[in-house]
Design a protein around this ligand. Sequence first.
Ligand SMILES: [Ca+2]
Length: 162
Amino acid sequence: MSRIGSTIARAALICISALVASIAVAAPANAAPAVEACVLNADTGAYSCSTTEASALSKTTAATPQAAAVTYYTIGRFYDGANYTGSSLTIVSNYSTGCVGRSYHNDMPSGWNDRVSSWHGYLSCHFRMFQNIGLGGATYGPYADVAVMSSLDNQASSWSAL
Ligand SMILES: [Ca+2]
């Protein structure tokens, strides 16, 4: 092999090595984050997360002796992503009437501070987001459904439903 050919070959090898190294470093960062399903019982404060909503719900009710006899009603579902995507936080109630004649409020549970980006409300529930815990600071809502938050996106620390 000529001296020039050898130099080119060595340069190519260095480039390939650098490329392989950059792929190896980039791979973990490109891996999709795990999507989690969390459930918060607005009446009891029980909260749990799992890979599926059904599994999270069963974990929140496991400590309740009469769990098998109790039916839970979904009053809202918050999402990490806009347009109802990504990890979810489902709010359940013990009452089939949801927000008819009843209101709820709570601080965001562990892992959900400054995270909500969209939500659906059910059973007549309209949700309002608050910038601070304890229903403090700036507010957004109440709205039944929000696909894209025009303010307080990734900033809500507590919520109310009415
Ligand atoms: Ca978010």
